[in-house]
Design a protein around this ligand. Structure first.
Ligand code: URA
Length: 203
């Protein structure tokens, strides 16, 4: 998968390819100089469901693809369990470059990078956005988001339906959260089925 292009050979992915090129040249914060590979995003450029994590980890930095390390493999298992093919969704992060030692993103790094994510969302135009973890939820849903209390709750933001689930890395640290994760992912699948059904009846 090292030559993954995030579905940009698809006709509607051309805007994403241009955006990726802009990110490749970005030196908007110091992480552009310390990363190994840019982790732009991957998946279906026409996805109706988009996942947004925090920032690339070590394995992602090596491969240039989001969620391919241990946390990503766990995410894959939840996607499989609820019948959502990974290749049907789009996966990106708040930051496109790895923070050293996997520390939390700094506000200045998020500010420098968030415009790229906004443009990605505009181009993909999903119906639902799922934040993976509190950092993404605090940035995309609301600054005071509390993941332990508010995971699995749906929020309307503009034209997007949004929710957050535990970050898969948090599940690796605390397996007692796994039950909640499965039920949140099942709710996401059900909501997506409803949205897709609504679309069918309007055609
Ligand atoms: N954690 C994230 O938030 N994103 C990745 O891509 C990998 C791990």
């Amino acid at each position: 998968m090292a030559n993954d292009n995030g579905g940009e050979s698809h006709p509607s992915g051309e805007g994403l390819a241009r955006l990726r090129a802009a990110c490749e040249n970005c030196q908007g914060c110091p992480l552009g100089a310390t990363r190994t590979k840019l982790v732009f995003g991957t998946g279906n450029p026409d996805a109706d469901l988009m996942f947004v994590g925090e920032a690339p980890g070590g394995e992602e930095d090596k491969q240039g693809i989001p969620f391919v390390g241990a946390a990503g493999q766990l995410l894959d298992r939840y996607l499989f369990a609820v019948g959502i093919p990974r290749e049907s969704v789009y996966i990106a992060n708040v930051l496109k470059c790895r923070p050293p030692h996997n520390r939390d993103p700094l506000p200045a790094e998020e500010d420098a990078c968030i415009g790229y994510l906004r443009e990605q969302v505009r181009l993909i135009d999903p119906r639902m956005i799922v934040c993976l973890g509190r950092i993404s939820a605090m940035r995309l849903i609301k600054p005071d988001f509390r993941i332990t209390r508010e995971h699995g709750i749906f929020f309307h933001k503009g034209k997007y339906l949004m929710t957050a689930v535990y970050h898969p890395a948090a599940l690796l640290r605390d397996p007692s959260k796994k039950e909640d994760m499965l039920s949140d992912m099942e709710k996401i699948r059900e909501k997506l089925d409803l949205l897709r059904g609504e679309l069918d009846t309007t055609l």
